[in-house]
Write a protein that binds this ligand. Structure first.
Ligand SMILES: Cc1ncc(COP(=O)(O)O)c(C=O)c1O
Length: 462
């Protein structure tokens, strides 16, 4: 029993923050949530918000889906937990079968976890154990991109390209080699976009050669960027060249599809837009869609079999593959098919992108709009010609987030370049969003941008 906990009360004095024994990432507080339906969330005072980012790009199929809730209730009535070392369970078996059917050819083996960081950790550990089992123990380096986000646990943080998040923890982690994320839109040279794509990909080969190819285990990348780069998409030429380079040096290609997977970009995996053939895929977020903590790693038998034969996968988390989370995941996939949500994400993504480009012409401080499907990012700068950043002390990303929130729209906003400068935001509403709701989102965002431009003295056209 806790003896020295300060009891909290429901009621705070007028104007004072509600007392809480919880602590959050920062000192700012948010209202208590009450309920949610589709793309909307209500707080306990009855205020309605549009969930324009699906939380942190999680609630792909929308809030309050009755079929998923019913499927979870049915599962709860049978069994909620059975440890995987004691029992196999049908929902996990069936979910593995259905996910494997949606993976690129050859990725037929699934391993379940409870979140994105766990999925990334699993990929790194599988790669390493495969190398050890196949007599390549000298391979351990995982090349990653800067900026990038792969998770908050120490293993996944060690491959995350974000100084602000990782700098305190380097004494506890192994530094990994990095190459620049392919922010080709920023480059001011005479190359075409496709040439730039090849140039960014070739940086991987240069890094592998510099590190010593025999020491490099894997390369990890988000096929479509997420939190660190606001939906950054590389030029098309990048993806195939990366595969060639990995093949040439026996380096495993890990795709982190934690955010870009599960239909959000208009294809089941982000990498499907380029017919990518990664060796290992990490997924989470949208496959549980916020109904249950769920993550998955997909890999080929070519990788899994040798390490199983060498004594087994030395890894696992207690809640991994539990029947309740897997039943939720199965029902989520069912709803994605029944409601044709991937097709809707592609169509509504196009509409949202077009509308955002319209806002870009009104607000020239939006220097770039990018993404695929309903994972759309935008980057704001002080000067669209020089791409000079808005001074960090103005906190433009945070102000835009707050101005939207005050107006009942939730967006995802962050700093790029490892948190040092640059301001971006992501629009990623649930995949059930309608055309009218796209307009509603753009209307509120437009109002917030007017207010932001006024506050920070940013240029506005017309
Ligand atoms: C690409 C990517 N990988 C990994 C993670 C970590 O996932 P989680 O927060 O569920 O541990 C995230 C979370 O935002 C992510 O976007």
């Amino acid at each position: 029993m806790l003896t020295n906990a300060t009891p909290t009360t429901d009621k705070a004095p007028e104007g004072a923050p509600r007392p809480s024994n919880l602590f959050y990432l920062a000192s700012s507080r948010r209202p208590l949530v009450d309920r949610a339906e589709g793309i909307y969330i209500w707080d306990q005072s009855g205020r309605r918000y549009i969930d324009g980012s699906s939380g942190p790009m999680v609630v792909n199929i929308g809030h309050g889906n009755r079929n998923v809730i019913q499927a979870m209730k049915r599962q709860m009535d049978r069994v909620t937990f059975a440890y995987r070392l004691h029992f196999e369970n049908e929902p996990a078996e069936e979910l593995a079968r259905q996910l494997a059917a949606r993976m690129p050819a050859g990725l037929d083996r699934m391993f379940f976890v409870s979140g994105g960081s766990e999925a990334v950790e699993s990929c790194i550990k599988l790669a390493r154990q495969w190398a050890v089992a196949t007599n390549q123990p000298q391979r351990w380096k995982v090349v990653t991109r800067f900026p990038s986000y792969h998770g908050g646990t120490l293993g996944s943080l060690s491959v995350t390209g974000d100084d602000a998040l990782s700098q305190s923890f380097w004494p506890l982690m192994q530094k990994m080699p990095t190459i620049p994320a392919p922010a080709a839109w920023r480059d001011r040279d005479n190359l075409s976009m496709e040439e730039r794509g090849l140039r960014y990909a070739d940086m991987l080969e240069e890094k592998i050669l510099e590190e010593g190819p025999e020491s490099v285990l894997a390369f990890i990348m988000e096929p479509i960027g997420g939190a660190a780069t606001a939906a950054l998409v590389a030029p098309d030429s990048y993806y195939g060249r990366i595969r060639e380079i990995c093949d040439r040096h026996g380096v495993l290609l890990i795709h982190d599809e934690v955010m870009s997977g599960a239909g959000r970009t208009g294809r089941f995996l982000g990498g499907d837009h380029w017919n990518c053939r990664p060796d290992i895929v990490a997924m989470s977020k949208g496959i549980g869609s916020g109904y249950a903590p769920l993550g998955a790693m997909a890999a080929s038998s070519r990788l899994v079999q040798p390490l199983l034969e060498a004594g087994g996968f030395q890894h696992g988390h207690t809640y991994a593959g539990n029947p309740l989370a897997c039943a939720a995941g199965l029902a989520v996939l069912g709803e994605m098919d029944r409601l044709r949500l991937i097709e809707n994400a592609a169509a509504m993504g196009e509409a949202l992108m077009e509308e955002l480009r319209g806002l870009q012409s009104r607000f020239p401080f939006i220097a770039d709009v990018r993404g695929k499907g309903l994972l759309i990012g935008a980057e704001m700068v002080a000067d669209p010609e020089t791409l000079a950043p808005i001074p960090p002390r103005r906190m433009a990303y945070q102000r835009l987030l707050d101005l939207c929130y005050e107006r009942g729209l939730i967006i995802y906003a962050r700093r790029v370049k490892g948190g040092r400068d640059g301001d971006n935001f992501i629009l990623a509403p649930p995949m059930v969003v309608t055309r009218e709701q796209v307009d509603e989102i753009i209307g509120i965002l437009g109002d917030a941008l007017v207010a932001l431009a006024g506050e920070l003295d940013l240029p506005v056209n017309g």
